[in-house]
Design a protein. Sequence first.
Lengths: 206, 206
Amino acid sequence: MGKGIRRRGLGARHEDRRRQIAEALLTIINRHGLDAVSLRDVAAEAEVSLGAVQHYFRSKDEMLLFALDYISERGTERVQQSLGLGGKPPRAVLRDILAELVPTDDQRRAELRIATAFTARSLVSPKLAEHLRAGYDALYEVLVLLIRHAQDAGEVSADLDPEQAAAALFALADGLGTHVLIGHGSPETALAVLDEHLDRLFSTTP
Amino acid sequence: MGKGIRRRGLGARHEDRRRQIAEALLTIINRHGLDAVSLRDVAAEAEVSLGAVQHYFRSKDEMLLFALDYISERGTERVQQSLGLGGKPPRAVLRDILAELVPTDDQRRAELRIATAFTARSLVSPKLAEHLRAGYDALYEVLVLLIRHAQDAGEVSADLDPEQAAAALFALADGLGTHVLIGHGSPETALAVLDEHLDRLFSTTP
DNA sequence: AGTAAATCAATACACTTGTACGGTAGTATC
DNA sequence: GATACTACCGTACAAGTGTATTGATTTACT
């Protein structure tokens, strides 16, 4: 195993501790933005010393990357949960996933604020951009798949290009989420727009 | 007049100088992001001294606000231009405006990168958020108006809710632009999605 | 018991940051 | 020419930054 994660003994809690510190980091990003993050603030928020933070992350960049992967992973898990559990119809799953991009409660609002911060920084940080893009691509692929399933089930017109439809849905939900986030429009109207778009997509009689 | 802009004598070039400095600021934001902006860097980019920058802006925040208004104003002017000139059909104008949100060339790409940076910071800066929202609202109103005109001309179904349609178009274009910006999808496919959506909107026979 | 690694804590360092302040030169108005 | 205002420049400063370093303590395994 060599370099694998230790499950016993010293270093066993290593990953847990990293996650705990990342959690504190995300809290600060949500509160004051990504640029306002200092290692000392993170340490204070996590109730550990600066030295401890340094021990678990060799540099600030590494910490940010880890935090991005961490929150990205959490999002993926929620999608997988909605996907896996029960024989939900494609449309319902699609709606669940897309609604996740609209800030309807404090939890989602916080995560989307953080995601927006990372998005902005990724424009000037290729490393971050790479990781962020990976998350986007993964979600996009899921959307394509769901639309294909809906087409197979005859719920969506077979003439439609699944990839284009997925891109449209994704961008629409993402844009709506951002608009709500900055105070332009309410979550309710955003969801209404989203549902209206889904209605159109799932109308077999054009 | 009292506090009006001087058109002769000392202070005549005041606003010009502010714009010139703001231009340098925007260049830096595009290059390294909003958080990487320092007054010294701005001064260097504008080829003036730090003292000069301080003379024209009482604080960094004031400078950022001015720059946001400045770039926002430039966008508004382009929209007005597309709106005013010629008897272009509503759909063409709509398309022009929305395509402005997709980074198809370096100029637009730069402006959208800057806009994204401001959007992210506005999440933690109420002052910025207010100004940004004003720009969003203005653009939104234009979209609503254009759709109403299209409805009056019989090019768009009268059953449609103009405000909801405008919100959808806006969010879609915005989302598409962001996706292209971070490297998820090409400008061409983004425009294709946009046009497809416009096709649907402008189909009187449902 | 001994050893080595992990886990911190504390401090120091070199920089960068926004802002404040003092001074000087130019210009318009009276 | 006195006055006032604009337009700077140069410097100084306190606060905060990421990172390096050193050392102490704990833990696990032989």
